[in-house]
Design a protein around this ligand. Structure first.
Ligand SMILES: Cc1ncc(COP(=O)(O)O)c(C=O)c1O
Length: 381
């Protein structure tokens, strides 16, 4: 089986796992306890927070550990909007966002009484400065614009968008869950107020993430209880996972160039070969400003879910943008936002590479794909 779905999740790096292991049994204390068991666990969480802060170029107390990227997104959006519920009204985001952002924004509008405006995206799924500037008004509270897109790999111009946000001024949140594996996540350079991360996209464990909260940015906690995480996120710390998250993020930053150098030429080969050998195929997302491990396509008159099953049977684990709802396949919101008609949008395919990807695996994939697409087209006809 060849794994080409690193945007869905990654295996935990062995070095990360080794760092986590002592905190399951030997040093199992609760960081909130006064005794030495607790102190040892507290030191581990403090050290992890410092490691994360050093990668992000921020202060340790600006890092809030969460249960993952989704929770970080929820805390950012609901926390920031609820903290400002008496003053301003509007939240801006795009239909290309991960549901952890878009569905939270919809809930803020439908249930909590805020107002949501969708930002325009261009043909590559990018939110431009013009699109943000056009939508901002005096009553805007925040914008949430992802750093890099999970389905189509497009990288948004976050530092430029942050300039626009600052000029108005509104809060800017970015979901950097996909970006952190390959892009610089220095919050000073990005200029954001809030940024979400998730461990399992960069060879850390699943079920742990973090939210960067710029000092002085008020949030209402959405998980109330104990005073952990500066009163912003109650619950006993998941010490081994927090240690793993920090270790994996540090390695991602240290090895960013090497990891990029490994996957980018292979990714370019995939894109070139697919567009050349498969009729009626198009790249989705930006041709250059995209994650270096990410290739995504639409194929005309192909059922994307069927194609994934055929690929799986042939030994390739890939992903698509469409969610099949019992006999009623629907293109994803992201692909729809790019303006494709259903005969294209239903045939999406995402190939994402990672540390285990070899040129041989890519050759094998490229050898098999054309006939599998033909088969999917014939079955569709
Ligand atoms: C862009 C983006 N945001 C948020 C998430 C959710 O992260 P998690 O799985 O850690 O909750 C994902 C995961 O697929 C993602 O790709």
């Amino acid at each position: 089986m060849i794994y080409l779905d690193y945007a869905a999740t990654t295996p935990v790096d062995e070095r990360v796992l080794a760092k986590m292991m002592p905190y399951f049994r030997e040093s199992f204390g609760n960081p909130s306890s006064i005794h030495r068991y607790g102190q040892k666990a507290e030191v581990a969480v403090d050290r992890a927070r410092e490691e994360v802060a050093s990668v992000l170029g921020c202060r340790p107390e600006e890092i809030i550990f969460t249960s993952g990227g989704s929770e970080a997104d929820n805390l950012a959006l609901r926390g920031a909007m609820m903290a400002r519920k008496d003053s301003t009204k509007w939240i801006l985001t795009a239909k290309t966002e991960h549901p952890a952002v878009s569905k939270t924004a919809i809930q803020l509008d439908k249930v909590y009484g805020f107002l949501l405006e969708w930002l325009d995206v261009d043909q590559f799924g990018m939110v431009t400065v013009e699109s943000l500037a056009k939508a901002v008004c005096n009553d805007t509270t925040m914008a949430s614009i992802m750093y890099a897109n999970n389905e189509i790999g497009t990288i948004n111009p976050i530092p430029d968008l942050a300039e626009t946000a600052k000029a108005n001024p509104i809060l800017l949140h970015t979901d950097a869950v996909q970006a952190a594996a390959y892009l610089d996540v220095d919050v000073g350079k990005l200029g954001v107020d809030l940024m979400s991360l998730g461990g399992h996209k960069f060879y850390g464990p699943k079920g742990v993430g973090a939210l960067y909260v710029r000092k002085g940015t008020d949030l209402i906690p959405h998980l109330t209880g104990g005073s952990q995480e500066f009163n912003l996120r109650a619950g006993t710390h998941n010490v081994p996972y927090i240690v793993g998250f920090a270790g994996a993020l540090k390695l991602a930053a240290e090895e960013r160039e090497a990891r990029t150098a490994q996957v980018k030429p292979l990714r370019d080969h995939v894109i070139g070969a697919v567009l050349e050998t498969i009729p009626d195929s198009k790249l989705t997302g930006h041709p250059e400003k995209r994650l270096p491990n990410h290739a995504s396509f639409v194929f005309k008159d192909v059922d994307g879910n069927l194609l994934l099953q055929l690929l799986d049977s042939a030994g390739f684990a890939c992903s698509s943008g469409s969610a099949c709802k019992t006999g009623n396949p629907e293109p994803s919101e992201v692909i729809k936002a790019l303006g494709y008609s259903d005969d294209w949008a239903l045939g999406s395919l995402r190939i994402t590479l990672g540390v285990g990807t070899t040129p041989e695996q890519i050759d094998s994939f490229l050898r098999n794909l054309p006939s599998l697409i033909d088969k999917a087209r014939n079955l569709n006809a």
